[in-house]
Design a binder for this molecule. Structure first.
Ligand code: C2E
Ligand code: CA
Ligand code: CA
Ligand code: CA
Length: 280
């Protein structure tokens, strides 16, 4: 084998070993990132499609890497899930999102402050610790339970039988639960019956197809009607154009999210009409 820089046999190592080495480096990097505060949250507005008000913001994790720059979640969350690091990382996200949201003061005309929506991974939903973690994040930040929304995908719910009971407990506290990426999983209808969702987020793949596919439009309309009958709100994800926004509204979606309304941005760069920080 040939030596590469640093005396390592990198270049000629079998691909799999090289992969493992990279994974270990990334894993160690993630631990360091958490300790040294390299994670940041970006926020994307969720807009009421009737009146254009900001109902809330979804917190989206980013890694401000000292060398590699800003890293999107798709590049490190899968490994964080595999290694279990997603649990401490997710705890940080929850705490940070509640802390930041507690400082927002600009609300709608009616004085309603925007919610903050936090993504949960399967591991966070599966453990018994979730209610405690959530209660702690609320207590430490002073955020009202009514301003917190938890986003959960169907695949995260398939893994655990206790999830329904845990989520029902959270809802009793006033926390909202959103079913994320709806339409990408399976067993969707039984999921809607088993879990106490307040909101269904229709996946971007359906939303995008509304422009060209009558079937996609029929599905979005059907989901909105079903949601309404079940007492849930519908959010269309990934709205990028005026035409899609109009369609989502006409098909009965209550809320929209997407680049049309705003890309995810750090709190400091959020739209002026939106979450302004009062104190500090
Ligand atoms: P998601 O929960 O479905 O989040 C929506 C993703 O779609 C975000 O990508 C957002 O930037 C992107 N998006 C929003 N509007 C548009 C649009 O109009 N067009 C297009 N093309 N994309 C749009 P992002 O921030 O890269 O996050 C990717 C995924 O990473 C998220 O998908 C979520 O599953 C996961 N994720 C992000 N933050 C967290 C976190 O704190 N915890 C966990 N467990 N997962 C997270
Ligand atoms: Ca989400
Ligand atoms: Ca989603
Ligand atoms: Ca997604």
């Amino acid at each position: 084998a040939k030596r590469s820089g640093g005396g390592q046999f990198r270049f000629f190592a079998p691909a799999m070993l090289r992969g493992m080495e990279e994974r270990r480096t990334l894993e160690a990097d993630l631990v360091r990132a958490l300790r040294q505060g390299e994670f940041v949250l970006y926020y994307q507005p969720q807009i009421d499609l009737r009146d254009g008000h900001v109902n809330g913001y979804e917190a989206l994790l980013r890694w401000q890497h000292p060398v590699r720059g800003l890293i999107p979640p798709d590049l490190f969350i899968p490994l964080a899930e595999e290694t279990g690091l997603i649990v401490p990382i997710g705890d940080w996200v929850l705490g940070e999102a509640c802390r930041e949201a507690a400082t927002w003061c600009a609300g709608t005309a009616g004085g309603v402050l925007p919610k903050v929506a936090v993504n949960l991974s399967a591991r966070q939903v599966a453990g018994d610790a979730l209610p405690i973690t959530v209660a702690r994040a609320l207590a430490a930040s002073g955020l009202e339970a009514g301003r917190l929304e938890l986003e959960i995908t169907e695949s995260a719910l398939l893994e655990d039988g206790d999830a329904a009971r845990i989520l029902a407990g959270l809802r009793e506290l006033g926390i909202s639960i959103a079913l994320d990426d709806f339409g990408t999983g399976f067993a969707s209808l039984s999921t809607l019956r088993r879990f106490p969702f307040s909101k269904i987020k229709v996946d971007r793949s359906f939303v995008r197809d509304m422009a060209t596919s009558p079937e996609a439009r029929a599905i979005v309309q059907g989901v909105s009607e079903l949601a309404q009958r079940l007492g849930m709100v519908t959010t269309a994800e990934g709205l990028e154009t005026t035409a899609l926004v109009e369609m989502a509204r006409e098909l009965g979606c209550n809320e929209g999210q997407g680049y049309y309304f705003g890309r995810p941005a750090p709190v400091a760069r959020l739209h002026a009409s939106a979450a302004t920080i009062c104190a500090t």
